[in-house]
Design a protein around this ligand. Sequence first.
Ligand code: NG6
Ligand code: CA
Length: 510
Amino acid sequence: MKMFRYFIFIASVLGLTPAVPLFAADRPNIILIVADDLGFGDLGCYGATRIPTPNVDRLAREGLRFTDAHATSATCTPSRYAILTGQYPWRKKGTGILPGDAALIIELGRTTLPGMLQKAGYKTGVVGKWHLGLGTKGELDWNTEIKPGPLEIGFDYCFLMPATADRVPCVFLENHRVANLDPKDPITVNYDHPIGDEPTGKEHPELLKMKPSHGHDNTIINGISRIGYMSGGHAARWVDQDLADTFTKKAEAFIEKNQSQPFFLYFATHDPHVPRVPHPRFVGKSGCGVRGDVIVEFDWCVGDVLATLERLHLTTNTMVILTSDNGPVVDDGYQDGAVQDLNGHRPAGPLRGGKYSGFEGGTRVPLIFRWPQRVKPGVTDVLVSHVDFVRSFASLTGQKLDANAGPDSRDVLTAFLGESKKGRTQLVEQGGPFGMRDGLWKYIEPAKGPKIRPRTPTKEGYSSEPQLYDLGQDLGETKNLDATHPDKTRQLLEELQTERKAGNAVERKK
Ligand code: NG6
Ligand code: CA
């Protein structure tokens, strides 16, 4: 590694950085697959017995599977903010679940995961779900160049769903423009009041092919009412059942195009988020209803990407990382039969809670690292977080970061690669209520919870009492030990307060 840094130093003196051709063999390609709302118990390799996930299971067999890996947060926007910035999202206002017309929340000029890899000579791309905002506040026009966005924070290429599939606009963004937009049919988006003359789910439920269970009753696109109102952009609108195929093809095109140099691909699938509309070839394939079917579809996407790597002879030196942005949810706002058809499947496996929750089900997610050239297959219970990717991959690619870059990120590279058990000792979990981990102890802070709740049946973990669990004995967080271990509670509370106070400054424009 020292030699590598020395070469980089010489190369930079000679003005040769990024030093692409010289060192390509030393740096693995990195494909980060992030599923949306996939739970700790949703995959065969994590104990699911009813939903077939052969491709992910194979990835796990050939790689290192983590049993105590975490997203920073139990919802999408904050969780992805942390992946890309290496900062706990709750340090910054405005990192909650974003509407589809929100401005970009990642500060320009700060160190990001893709930007850091770009500096290391990687070609960087993002395909799939974004949900981190686009453009500048109040100035977003879907019919012109849309920036700043991914291309301004370190990605060379993007093909995106701007927010979520249940939020308008239901169109793809390719680099700076909406793909397939007919300028004669401009797009307007509004999150306050209806626009255009298209029907809404609220006024015309008879037009719906999938009814909402809560919220989701604004503009109807493809027979499904969404959050937010949009008009225009008809030629550019996506077809829900094709989302998985479309993203997978774009991801593979990126791999194919950049195969001769190190590349970083952030492949953020829509599955198994709502609205769940599997392609017909996956309908009924899980035996566990539509949520199971879109997990089978997700597994297919993974298999197809792995097959592409094989076809291009890239398997050995590509690090494939598979994870999820937050815990699982079954009814997340549409009457899609997911609850009734579960068939005994447990999306969070042995964990309590799920998406939105302060229990382990909120942030403990699947994580698999496969890199045949270096990572030995196995299973590890080391504690790690997505927030650690920034500093760990900087270490992998021999880069030194400024002290304030990725401020909450820890270099746990050797743990990610299975070469040590030096992961984290502590971790803050942002569910509804906040949690603090110290080893296998878990504290959940007393909290009232917001007035408007997500109205899903996932246990969020709010309580007026402090909660303390010993996950070594009680993974399901059923026995509150606060009364018998008040010192432990106090210790973890202090640790949480210390973390909060740490402040960890955000880099501003350089
Ligand atoms: C909630 C939505 C939910 C989902 C979530 C974001 C309602 C009632 N619920 O507000 O359906 O879209 O936001 O999910 O509208 S996430 O995975 O992107 O965080
Ligand atoms: Ca999510």
